[in-house]
Design a protein around this ligand. Structure first.
Ligand code: SF4
Length: 199
């Protein structure tokens, strides 16, 4: 029996890799890319390369509300990364019924961003999005508590990864091994992370 999951796809390296890793374990993965005024990636080529369909959803209006007063504050610039993750994951959770999805895949990496990807923030994001146990982060899974998909044997934990920190080198090497291309080059995030974008 083929199980379904939804992967958040930003257009960057990490989320594409996360989707590919789980797709290679025989899970039927559908991607979802949220479009905001600050991030509108072109993901057609990436979808082909990963071998999944990607649905585009424009959340610009709702997103403008979110950045006015983010509950968990801003990062170094105008980026409300924790609220942003929670918001997108809640929206993805609402799509699970449409796709009969058992869990959600995210490309977050432990320690990659000091505010939004430390251990406590990852836990908070999982709890606040209502996805306890159902949010799989394949790139760092072996450093995190096991999730339902791992415990149920839907995916093999031993074939997941234990990446952490800011270096993208291990991810670049893995992408090369898996023949993954078409992602945007690793940078700092969306336009909201760019200190000169609004001056
Ligand atoms: S960098 Fe931008 S898109 Fe990414 S989590 Fe932060 S606010 Fe959201």
């Amino acid at each position: 029996m083929c199980l379904n999951a939804i992967a958040l796809i930003s257009g960057g390296l990490d989320s594409a890799l996360a989707a590919k890793i789980i797709s290679r374990q025989g899970i039927n993965v559908t991607g979802v890319t949220f479009l905001t005024p600050f991030m509108r990636p072109e993901v057609g080529g990436l979808a082909k390369n990963i071998g999944i369909d990607i649905r585009l959803i424009d959340i610009s209006l709702e997103y403008l509300d979110l950045i006015r007063n983010p509950r968990f504050g801003f990062g170094k610039n105008l980026n409300p990364c924790i609220d942003c993750h929670i918001f997108m994951l809640r929206m993805t959770k609402d799509l699970m019924g449409d796709y009969n999805a058992r869990f959600i895949i995210s490309g977050e990496v432990l320690g990659q961003r000091p505010m939004s990807q430390n251990r406590a923030a990852l836990k908070r994001i999982e709890q606040e999005s209502g996805l306890e146990g159902l949010l799989l982060r394949p790139l760092s899974a072996r450093l995190l508590s096991s999730t339902v998909p791992e415990r149920e044997g839907w995916v093999e934990r031993s074939r997941l990864f234990g990446f952490s920190g800011r270096s993208r080198k291990p991810q670049m090497e893995l992408a090369e091994r898996l023949g993954l291309s078409g992602f945007t080059q690793p940078a700092g995030g969306c336009l909201l992370t760019n200190p000169s974008a609004f001056y």
